[in-house]
Design a protein around this ligand. Structure first.
Ligand SMILES: O=P(O)(O)OC[C@H]1O[C@H](OP(=O)(O)OP(=O)(O)O)[C@H](O)[C@@H]1O
Ligand SMILES: Nc1ncnc2[nH]cnc12
Length: 194
């Protein structure tokens, strides 16, 4: 069960340890299967699965393995060999509590990793304010991928933070939420004995 943790990592935040699903027996397999089946497109036509550290790496890696596609790993600036392309990322809903992330930081990916015109599926664990995924889309744009070729899938969405509105305000992307978090929890608790 993914229990809500009140006032973590700062007062006023109701934290849900979505990543912890992957630490439960069968949890990662369940999420991978749901992500695979909830995609509205055709996996054979997807060129790359993109993800941002750290939460996205877990679910995207398992999904990429399942659909036999390559990953595009987006990291905090300074951790990938050059040449890279980078953008500023505002702090996410959660990270804004950490002193290191008061305003934000840069995220980057290797330049020319994704071919122009490629079909990209971006996977993350959580969609809250949408700031993280907006930065990812901006990065893909800056790398000349083109947002119209991008779909987004997340394990859990917290609609109260209106991330979809932020995402759809400036960019024409299709957002395929993999499932509601409560549905996952119900399935996890029934299916894998949590
Ligand atoms: O929609 P948002 O408000 O941007 O929140 C979503 C992001 O928040 C979390 O990442 P976090 O910033 O905590 O970094 P981490 O994955 O490295 O822990 C999560 O993994 C998402 O990427
Ligand atoms: N796991 C999480 N719980 C609550 N809000 C979040 N925002 C980003 N990640 C979150």
């Amino acid at each position: 069960m993914v229990r809500p943790v009140s006032d973590f990592p700062r007062p006023g935040v109701e934290f849900r340890h979505v990543l912890n699903i992957s630490q439960q027996p069968g949890g990662l397999a369940l999420c991978t299967s749901l992500l695979q089946t909830h995609f509205a497109g055709i996996w054979g036509k997807v060129d790359v699965v993109a993800c941002c550290e750290a939460g996205g790496f877990v679910y995207a890696s398992a999904l990429a393995l399942q659909v036999n596609g390559p990953l595009a790993l987006i990291r905090e600036a300074g951790k990938l060999p050059t040449p890279t392309v980078s953008v500023f990322k505002s702090t996410s809903h959660i990270s804004s509590s950490t002193s290191d992330y008061l305003e934000g930081n840069r995220i980057e990916m290797e330049r020319d990793l994704i071919a122009k015109g490629a079909s990209v599926v971006v996977v993350d664990d959580v969609l809250a304010t949408g700031k993280t995924l907006c930065a990812v889309l901006e990065l893909l744009n800056k790398a000349n991928i083109g947002a119209k070729d991008v779909s987004i899938m997340v394990v859990a969405e917290f609609p109260v933070h209106r991330g979809r509105e932020l995402l759809s305000a400036g960019l024409a992307v299709s957002i395929s939420r993999a499932f509601w978090i409560l549905v996952v929890l119900r399935k996890v608790s029934r299916g894998v004995g949590l």
